[in-house]
Write a protein that binds this ligand. Sequence first.
Ligand code: TLP
Length: 344
Amino acid sequence: MHIVDLRSDTITKPTPSMLQAMAQAEVGDDVFGEDPTVNRLEEMAAKRLGKEASLFVASGTMANLVSQLAHCGRGDEIILGDQAHTFFYEQGGTAAIGAIHPRTVPNQPDGKIAPHDIEAAIRPDNIHFPLTRMILLENTHNRCNGTPLDVDYMNRVGKLAGSYELKVHVDGARIFNAAVALGVDVRDLTSEADSVSFCLSKGLAAPVGSLVCGSRPFIEKARRARKVLGGGMRQAGILAAAGIVALTEMVDRLADDHKNAGNLAQGLAEINGLSIDPEIVKTNIVFFNITRDDMTPEQLAGKLAEKGVRVLPTGMKQLRAVTHYHITADDIEYALGVFAKVLG
Ligand code: TLP
């Protein structure tokens, strides 16, 4: 059967050159700082993001958690969007592990949180309140249609944070999708942030891992936090080798994923029983709704899967499809044909 797996870009498998690099990787014990391949990846990532240093961690979730632990202490408060992955999908690790208080403000449909909402949420110095310590932005914003947050906005929030002596962490799981979609250098999106995390194992197709980037003292704190979470890895150069290939070879091609996602959205908009505004799709994430009452998102996903097309139910009426390295223009055409058949 022809399989078109659009559930997530996390399903991507390593490319042939990644497998070769992994097989040949020079390794050492990274907890001693002696894995040359991890060290090379960390230097490369820091430079690419315009930061002093970086840290290789197991996942995007761990990247966000070590960043919060490094910036905040027990009882501190962070401000983040109510649709943020960190708030929504990371098991409440902010509070459960970090003892950090998450203060949510509404995400706008484009993934931004309005600067006046941020400012209104910053706590005055008062014995009743937790201390506001950090603002967390997500770019691209997963649950807000994968929208990229633009340079002006990122800078504006960075300056606002600076004026209150707050830190800014960017969950940049898909920051390279943002940079490619906006046609900017990724450093322009991160220059005002104190820390940025990004994932190798999503659109960049590496099998495992994320990087946290920031100042050297911040990365040393993050390294301690990684260790207590059980994330000190030993011969991790095997994984880092794939990450180096990901950063070198897999960034520019993200434009293909965005084009395929745009075509998918256009096609879905023409199918009876679905609703989507294709204009909102700017990167590789396509959310759409089912408008029929006789089929739930789970039932639709089940019927599509019988014909090889995999999508993710994400709400009462909502589903998600994500394009990636293994999805071609022909796959999109095939998937649209299956949608039309199932809903016809
Ligand atoms: N997102 C996954 C799921 O958890 C929903 C996906 O399929 O999109 N930040 C953002 C913005 C993310 O989208 C994700 C993963 C993470 C962090 C966490 O990364 P991992 O899965 O590596 O812990």
